[in-house]
Design a protein around this ligand. Structure first.
Ligand code: FAD
Length: 316
């Protein structure tokens, strides 16, 4: 019996959500009284994982897996689940892992339960708490299969250090993987911080009047080390790239701080940001629906509030 955590990486660096998944996997393994292994694909930075306490790091280096393909990755991970006799497979809640979880579920004939927010209430039966209805409610889900595939909602468990100095490493050879998926082109997000990994997101809407006014949004984001995001109409009108579109039909945001500027707070926008921790709203209409979901609200003209906020932050 063991717990297997798939540790996602990009450009030879692990994602923050991976450290969270590993922290969760370690705590789960302790609760179950079993070992936890971390699975790394094409990333040489295994040393940095020590701090999160895996008993073993399993490394796959394969040209076949140079680019992420959910099917190929799922086949590789499924082989490791078998060889490690893993009971629970822990994934992050990234877009890649959503596809991966579904494929793994099909290949291993095991259920995939996403958006888990806490350690299981009980191990036998294995019962996890997860968010549902775009984070508006929780459900308790009992998983009755032998292999359980779960993903951890971003920012729900936290990154917890629990060092293990006697970390073992093992190279895994995989057989060549055939797949009907082909990667034709990859378009990278242009911002220095991606929305999925960002601790802070500065997001703006139609209240900004036009793309020429985004300079102050970018300046605020740069001051805070934040990612920039926007509402759907803003990306639909081509003011900002589609990769920044947040909401029900865009990207979900689970940042620690979400600053919404000139965004009304329509239900479809809120659906994407519900799991962010602290929400700050800047809007000149005191009746804007977003204020109901805000932790802090500033009623004021964005063109006055944002420059003065940047000035104050820089002064600190
Ligand atoms: P508006 O609704 O026009 O709001 C602009 C806000 O700016 C207003 O509150 C106004 O008071 C404020 N404002 C104006 N001037 C200033 C100023 N000078 N200073 C400060 N504030 C100012 N939307 C999403 O965002 N994401 C989605 O994923 C999404 N999916 C959708 C899916 C469906 C099926 C449908 C039907 C709609 C979807 N929408 C989505 C659209 C959504 O319903 C709203 O229309 C949209 O979120 C509104 O964008 P907005 O807040 O930028 O613009």
């Amino acid at each position: 019996m063991s717990v297997l955590v798939y540790i996602e990486s990009e450009n030879n660096k692990f994602k923050k959500s991976s450290y969270e998944a590993l922290s969760y996997g370690k705590a789960l393994a302790e609760k179950m009284g079993v070992k936890v292994s971390g699975l790394v694909i094409n990333c040489s930075d295994a040393e940095s994982l020590k701090a999160y306490g895996p008993d073993k790091i399993l490394k796959i280096d394969s040209q076949d897996l140079n680019e992420f393909s959910s099917k190929k990755y799922a086949h590789a991970i499924a082989d490791v689940i078998k060889s490690e006799n893993a009971d629970v497979v822990v994934l992050s809640s990234t877009p890649d892992s959503k596809y991966l979880g579904a494929h793994l579920s099909g290949i291993t004939d095991s259920p995939f339960v996403s958006n888990v927010v806490e350690l299981p209430e009980s191990i036998n039966p294995f019962t996890v708490k997860r968010t549902c209805f775009t984070n508006k409610a929780f459900s308790l889900t009992e998983i009755i299969s032998d292999t359980k595939i779960i993903s951890i909602a971003s920012n729900s468990f936290g990154v917890i250090e629990n060092s293990n100095d006697s970390l073992a490493e093992e190279e895994i050879d995989i057989k060549s993987i055939d797949s009907d998926q082909r990667i034709l082109n990859i378009e990278k997000e242009s911002g220095s911080v991606t929305i999925a990994d960002a601790e802070i997101v500065v997001s703006a809407g139609r209240g900004l009047k036009g793309p020429e006014n985004w300079g102050m949004i970018e300046a605020l984001a740069e001051t805070l080390g934040a990612a920039t995001a926007c509402s759907k109409p803003v990306s639909d009108m081509g003011w900002r790239p589609h990769s920044e579109h947040v909401g029900q039909t865009g990207k979900p945001v689970s940042s620690n701080l979400y600053i919404a500027i000139g965004i009304s707070g329509a239900i479809q926008h809120l659906a994407g940001i519900n799991s962010s921790k602290v929400k700050v709203v800047i809007n000149n209409d005191p009746e804007a629906p977003f204020f109901k979901a805000a932790d802090y609200g500033v009623v004021g003209d964005a063109f006055e509030v944002v420059p003065s906020l940047i000035e104050k932050l820089k002064a600190r």
